[in-house]
Design a protein around this ligand. Structure first.
Ligand SMILES: [Zn+2]
Length: 174
């Protein structure tokens, strides 16, 4: 299968999901020319704002690969990934992303509230001025989890879990 065929599979899943009452999004994850995982948008059915097609596919791919490192896979999404799914793809180190319908194209056909429309511009604003106020608290115990992970790494000589290389994320970004 070529890129368009994988995208068509993601689109087929998305349209099928709509017919079953779900959102118009589907995704497949491919390794070595084979689909190893797929997902559809189940936000409404699951009352889960994170239940996007791409995240469902990433979760399934993690189970299939028994790894959170997805540098060997390609993600095909029926629609342009949102900031959450894009960030998850970076977290997963996904090798490449193809998407079919752009955000603008989708909005032309089906105008909906864009809850993340200010996500990127908000990054340049002070935390308190963002759509979702974002407040860094200098609490006394804020470094405890990272110190525990660093101590475990020193003892075991292993990388800290969930964060390759054991380098903490910026504290205010979780
Ligand atoms: Zn998303």
């Amino acid at each position: 299968m070529d890129h368009e065929q994988f995208l068509n599979e993601a689109i087929r899943l998305a349209t099928g999901n709509v017919l079953e009452g779900g959102g118009p999004y589907g995704a497949v994850i491919v390794r070595d020319g084979e689909i190893i995982a797929s997902g559809v948008n189940t936000v409404e059915a699951d009352h889960d704002p994170s239940a996007h097609a791409e995240l469902a596919a990433i979760r399934e791919a993690g189970r299939v690969l028994s790894s959170s490192d997805m540098s060997e896979v390609t993600l095909y999404a029926s629609g342009e990934p949102c900031p959450m799914c894009l960030a998850a793809s970076y977290q997963a180190k996904i090798g490449k992303i193809f998407y079919a319908c752009s955000k603008t194209e989708a909005m032309d056909v089906l105008p909906v509230e864009d809850k993340v429309k200010n996500f990127y511009s908000d990054r340049d604003k002070a935390g308190e001025e963002r759509d979702v106020p974002f407040i860094h608290m200098n609490t006394a115990r804020r470094l405890e989890p990272f110190e525990a992970a660093a101590a475990r790494k020193r003892v075991a000589g292993q990388p800290a879990d969930g964060n390759a290389g054991g380098v903490p994320h910026a504290v205010d970004e979780g």
